[in-house]
Design a protein around this ligand. Structure first.
Ligand SMILES: [Zn+2]
Ligand SMILES: [Zn+2]
Length: 237
């Protein structure tokens, strides 16, 4: 470990993304007890959005069964519940950006091979409106995208897709309202290299309306296939 890293570790010791207690760096990026509590998504899962399913015979979740998504398919790492819900809240609203180191590592470890097979031209983070990004100081989706992109050698473009309208946070809305809320929120900046296949990255997937709204923009601009990656996925009901 470099001297500067050692000093930083003393000044700002790494904290566990789940319990927020200081952790022993040698043990990794999460404490041993908390690792057991992570609700990783396992099989059976929806073939489209990766939401966990109750039965093996099911192919799609109720949501994907009943609507046509614009994106092709995607993966989430964990279920959006309990301690994970609180953890992601702290990433967004309490400046706990360091937790993204853990989540990005887990995404790469579990899904790296699949992501490579998708063979994307670029990763595109779901943008925040400029005003919100300035207020927060960062866009958590961009930070996550950069970490995953660096680990898998995939370029990250954060200047292709813009959020042109300030939207109400999705968590306060019903499914119908969510869709309407984000429908015209995004805009593609023209004159960019043509991207055929991209991965859109966000922190949470609930009904997929944000990912679909981004996907629609990208498709209108000529992108053929859109995948998504998120840290967590909610039940979206
Ligand atoms: Zn912990
Ligand atoms: Zn689904």
């Amino acid at each position: 470990m470099k001297i500067i890293e050692k000093i930083l570790n003393i000044l700002y010791p790494r904290r566990c993304p789940i319990c927020d207690k200081i952790i022993n760096q040698a043990a990794g990026k999460i404490c041993r007890e908390c690792r057991k509590k992570i609700p990783y998504i396992r099989e059976p899962r929806c073939r489209k959005c990766s939401k966990p399913l109750m039965k093996n015979e099911q192919e799609y979740c109720c949501d994907c069964e009943n609507k046509t998504h614009i994106y092709k398919k995607g993966l989430a790492l964990v279920e959006h519940k309990g301690a994970v819900r609180k953890s992601i809240y702290r990433i967004k609203y309490n400046n706990k950006r360091e937790y993204l180191d853990f989540y990005s590592e887990e995404i790469v470890k579990r899904y790296g091979e699949i992501i490579k097979k998708w063979n994307p031209d670029a990763i595109i983070p779901v943008p925040l409106h400029k005003k919100r990004e300035i207020k927060r100081g960062y866009n958590q989706a961009l930070l996550l995208a950069k970490k995953i992109g660096a680990a898998l050698s995939i370029p990250v473009y954060d200047d292709v897709l813009l959020r042109i309208r300030q939207t109400t946070p999705q968590k306060t809305l019903t499914e119908k309202e969510r869709k309407k809320n984000v429908e015209s929120a995004f805009h593609i900046k023209k004159n960019k290299v043509k991207l055929n296949k991209v991965i859109v990255i966000d922190d949470i997937y609930t009904t997929g309306s944000t990912i679909d709204a981004c996907s629609k923009c990208l498709k209108d601009a000529g992108t053929e296939i859109i995948y998504f990656l998120t840290i967590s996925i909610g039940d979206g009901m």
